[in-house]
Design a protein around this ligand. Structure first.
Ligand code: NIG
Ligand code: FE
Length: 404
C-alpha cells in the first residue's frame, strides 16, 4: 500500500510551542510529507501502526522541539578579536576600541583581505557549531565589507551555507560602521550604501535590511534614509537599536514596521509602545550583554506588559558575542534576563521565526515546515540548564535529516 507520510517519528515527547507553555505532548508522534508537518499529536491517537503509515518509521526518545531559529548573527567574518577581549578585561570600553580604529573596523580589514573561499572556510566551523546545537534557520548579516564588492562577497558566502540541513536568511548591514575611505563623510557613505542595495537585491542576495543606529554607528536620520530605500524595494527592515544609548531607534524601526528591533537595552517606554503597535519583535542578545558586562537590562517588564514578543539570538560576532550556541544564548537569557526556560525556547523558535518574517516555522503544527530538533533530554528545561554539552541527537530540515 502507498504510505501516507514520508516519515513518522514516535517514542519522544513533543514541545510543540503551539498554544500555552511548551505545548507538551508526552509520548508523541510527528509525521510529515513533502517537507510539511502532517501529524502532530499523541502516538496513541495514530490511526494505525507506524510502519503502515509512513515510508520511514523512526523510533526516537527524549524530546522533539521545533528546529531552533537564530535570527541575528554576524557569523560570516574573518579573523578574530581575542586581543580586544583582553583589552576590555583591562578596562578599555567597546566604544573606545571602536573609536581607535579597532572593533568592527578591524574585522572589516580581515574580511576585505580574505577571498570568497577563505571567508567561507573561516566561517564554516561557526555555522556548523550553531547548526550542531539545533539551529535549522540561521540569519547572517553582512556589515564587515563596507564596500560594494566586499558586502557582496559576504552575502554570497552567507548564501552558500544554505543547504538541505540549514535554511539561511541574509541581511544587508552595510550601515554597520563608517569605512576609512568615508571618514568625515557619513552621509556620502549612506548614499553609497543606498546605491549598492538595489544591485545586491537584484542578485537575490538580500532578505532584509539592517543598520547600527548608535553614536558609534549611524544617526536616526541616516538610518531613515536607508530604510526609505529598503521600503521602496519592498524589503523588510530590522535595526540594531538602543544598544549603548537611547537614540529612539526602536521607535524609528517601528515607524517602518520593522520585523525587529535588536539589543534594545536602552529603549524607552515610548519605544516599547511603538514596537507593540507596529508588531515589531524585540530581539534580545544576551551574549553581547554578557560579554560587554552590560548592566542596563532591556525593559523586560515593559515588553511583557505591552505584549511585545521577545526573541533570543546569539548575535554571533567577533567583537561583542563570540557565541557559537543558541542554546547557550537561551541559558544566558535565563540567567541575565530572568527568562523561564519555556520563554527562552519560545524566543529561539516562535519569536525568532517572526523576527525574520517567517510564518511557516517555529512551532510544531500541521501545515508548518518539518523543521525539528531531537534532543537527548528528560525535560525541555534541560536545554537551558546545561552549560555546554552535547544534547542534540539530530535535526530534520523541511523533513530532510541532517545530523544522524
Ligand atoms: O550586534 N552592535 C553592532 N554590531 C555587533 C557587534 C559587531 C562587532 O563588534 O564586530 C553587535 O553587537
Ligand atoms: Fe549584531
Amino acid at each position: 500500500m502507498d504510505a501516507r507520510w514520508d516519515a513518522l517519528v514516535t517514542g519522544a515527547s513533543l514541545a510543540t510551542l503551539d498554544g500555552e507553555g511548551y505545548g507538551a505532548i508526552t509520548d508523541g508522534a510527528v509525521a510529515w510529507k513533502d517537507g510539511v508537518l502532517a501529524y502532530v499529536g499523541r502516538r496513541a491517537d495514530l490511526p494505525a501502526s507506524p510502519a503502515t503509515l509512513a515510508t520511514h518509521a523512526i523510533e526516537a526518545s527524549g524530546w522533539i522541539t521545533p528546529g531552533l531559529v537564530d535570527c541575528h548573527t554576524h557569523a560570516v567574518f574573518a579573523g578574530d578579536r581575542a586581543a580586544e577581549f583582553e583589552m576590555r578585561l583591562e578596562g578599555a570600553r567597546y566604544q573606545d576600541i571602536a573609536r581607535a580604529g579597532g572593533g568592527i573596523l578591524s574585522t572589516v580589514r580581515a574580511v576585505r583581505n580574505a577571498d570568497e573561499a577563505a571567508l567561507y572556510a573561516e566561517s564554516k566551523p561557526r555555522v556548523d557549531a550553531l547548526r550542531g546545537d539545533g539551529v535549522t534557520t540561521l540569519e547572517i548579516k553582512s556589515g564587515y565589507g563596507l564596500d560594494y564588492e566586499n558586502e557582496r562577497k559576504m552575502l554570497r558566502v552567507a548564501r552558500r551555507f544554505r543547504d538541505s540541513s540549514l535554511d539561511v536568511r541574509t541581511t544587508y548591514l552595510a550601515a554597520h560602521a563608517l569605512p576609512p575611505e568615508f571618514v568625515g563623510r557619513a552621509d556620502d557613505y549612506i548614499d553609497a550604501a543606498i546605491q549598492w542595495l538595489p544591485r545586491l537585491h537584484a542578485e537575490g542576495l538580500v532578505d532584509a535590511v539592517d543598520a547600527f543606529c548608535e553614536g558609534i554607528g549611524f544617526s536616526p536620520a541616516q538610518t531613515r534614509r536607508l530604510f526609505d530605500c529598503a521600503r521602496s524595494l519592498g524589503l523588510p527592515v530590522k535595526l540594531h537599536a538602543d544598544q549603548l544609548s537611547d537614540l529612539g531607534g526602536a521607535a524609528l524601526a517601528s515607524e517602518f514596521n520593522a520585523l525587529s528591533a535588536d539589543h534594545v537595552e536602552h529603549t524607552s517606554e515610548a519605544g516599547v509602545r511603538a514596537m507593540a503597535s507596529a508588531g515589531t519583535v524585540a530581539v534580545l542578545l544576551p551574549g553581547a550583554f554578557h560579554v560587554l558586562r552590560e548592566t542596563q537590562l532591556p525593559p523586560l517588564d515593559l515588553f511583557r506588559a505591552h505584549g511585545v514578543p521577545m526573541a533570543i539570538a546569539t548575535d554571533c560576532n567577533p567583537g561583542t558575542s563570540p557565541l557559537l550556541s543558541l542554546r547557550q544564548a537561551m541559558q544566558l537569557a535565563c540567567t541575565h534576563f530572568k527568562f523561564t526556560p519555556e520563554d527562552a525556547l519560545r524566543g529561539a523558535t516562535v519569536h525568532g521565526a517572526r523576527a525574520l518574517g517567517l510564518h511557516d516555522r517555529g512551532m510544531l503544527r500541521v501545515g508548518m515546515r518539518a523543521d525539528l530538533a531531537l534532543w537527548d533530554i528528560k525535560h525541555p528545561a534541560e536545554l537551558c540548564y546545561w552549560l555546554g554539552g552535547t544534547l542534540l541527537r539530530r535535526t530534520f530540515v523541511a523533513g530532510l535529516p541532517s545530523i544522524a
